[in-house]
Design a protein around this ligand. Structure first.
Ligand SMILES: CC(C)(COP(=O)(O)OP(=O)(O)OC[C@H]1O[C@@H](n2cnc3c(N)ncnc32)[C@H](O)[C@@H]1OP(=O)(O)O)[C@@H](O)C(=O)NCCC(=O)NCCS
Length: 161
């Protein structure tokens, strides 16, 4: 499998926030933002692996600032780190007031996806080649987060019910 660049699968998407996304005071529901984040990150995982992927984990998500109806939500997603069958995607979310152009960083999170073969079992994904300074930093940090995650899973964080 040929290694791939981060750029090859990175995406930037945007969506106008509508009244149906919000509560009666005009604040967009956190769940709407999480849904869009999963969609953006899942797209990158599939593009990178060129396989169907499932969400294995989502790291802690903080809401730094509210998003309002009428804001444009901008989601930037790219591969940070790749294991054997799993891919960590980082998503940065900003909301833009389109009348002023002002952008606010509202959320960031890391999501892990696992690529599946035709029988629904984890299958190998191409390695990622970080190129820029930022990509190399994200790669190192992603590798460390993976180490911590696996340690937590081994420590009993993984429950199969
Ligand atoms: C994710 C899933 C496929 C992993 O299956 P599994 O039998 O645990 O597979 P393995 O133990 O062989 O692990 C496969 C990879 O997943 C990673 N992984 C498994 N559980 C993980 C978790 N909770 N967080 C992060 N990575 C995880 C492993 O580290 C491994 O990565 P690597 O190959 O890069 O080293 C399985 O748990 C699953 O199907 N979960 C449900 C997914 C789902 O329904 N998501 C929501 C809808 S898309």
């Amino acid at each position: 499998m040929r290694p791939k660049s981060v750029k090859a699968s990175a995406t930037e998407t945007s969506r106008l926030m509508l009244p149906t996304d919000a509560n009666q005071r005009g604040y967009v529901h956190g769940g709407v933002i999480m849904h869009l984040m999963d969609e953006a990150a899942g797209t990158v995982a599939i593009r990178h692996s060129q396989r169907p992927c499932v969400t294995a984990s989502i790291d802690r998500m903080n809401f730094f600032a509210p998003v309002y109806v009428g804001n444009l939500l901008i989601l930037k997603a790219s591969v940070n780190f790749v294991g054997k069958t799993s891919v960590e995607i980082g998503v940065k979310i900003e909301s833009e007031d389109m009348l002023t152009g002002k952008r606010v960083h509202t959320n960031s999170s890391y999501l892990v996806y696992v690529a599946l073969d035709d029988d629904g079992r984890p299958t190998s994904v191409p390695r990622v080649v970080p190129e820029s300074k930022a990509e190399k930093r994200r790669f190192r940090e992603g590798r460390e987060r993976r180490r911590v995650r696996l340690e937590m899973l081994r420590g009993g964080g993984k429950s199969r019910g």
